[in-house]
Design a protein around this ligand. Structure first.
Ligand code: CU
Length: 102
């Protein structure tokens, strides 16, 4: 079973940004269609990493409670994000990419 343990460890390390927040479970079981909308406040922007940190309100479509988390963002969303700004945003169906923000 040693190999399986090593593999599991490698997968954990390779997991994408979505794994950074533990308040809601894996996004893999979500339906794949459509986009998800939410509201929140921008807590940080990392232009180099292409990520935006949001404190978002509850998102019923993803069964997420309100929380702070970091999303991989499209260039458009990245550019629109300003720390401290109250925003309406859209995510992809899996909830692991910030598609737009205003
Ligand atoms: Cu979250």
């Amino acid at each position: 079973m040693k190999f399986a343990l090593i593999l599991a460890g490698a997968l954990a390390i390779a997991a994408p940004a979505a794994a950074q927040h533990e308040g809601h479970g894996a996004t893999s079981a979500k339906p794949a269609a459509g986009v998800v909308q939410g509201t929140g406040t921008v807590k940080g922007v990392n232009a180099k990493a292409g990520t935006v940190t949001l404190h978002h309100g509850p998102i019923a479509a993803l069964k997420w409670p309100a929380m702070t988390m970091t999303f991989k963002a499209t260039p458009e969303a990245l550019q629109a994000a300003k720390t401290g700004k109250s925003v309406t945003f859209t995510l992809n169906a899996a909830g692991d990419q910030l598609l737009s923000l205003r």
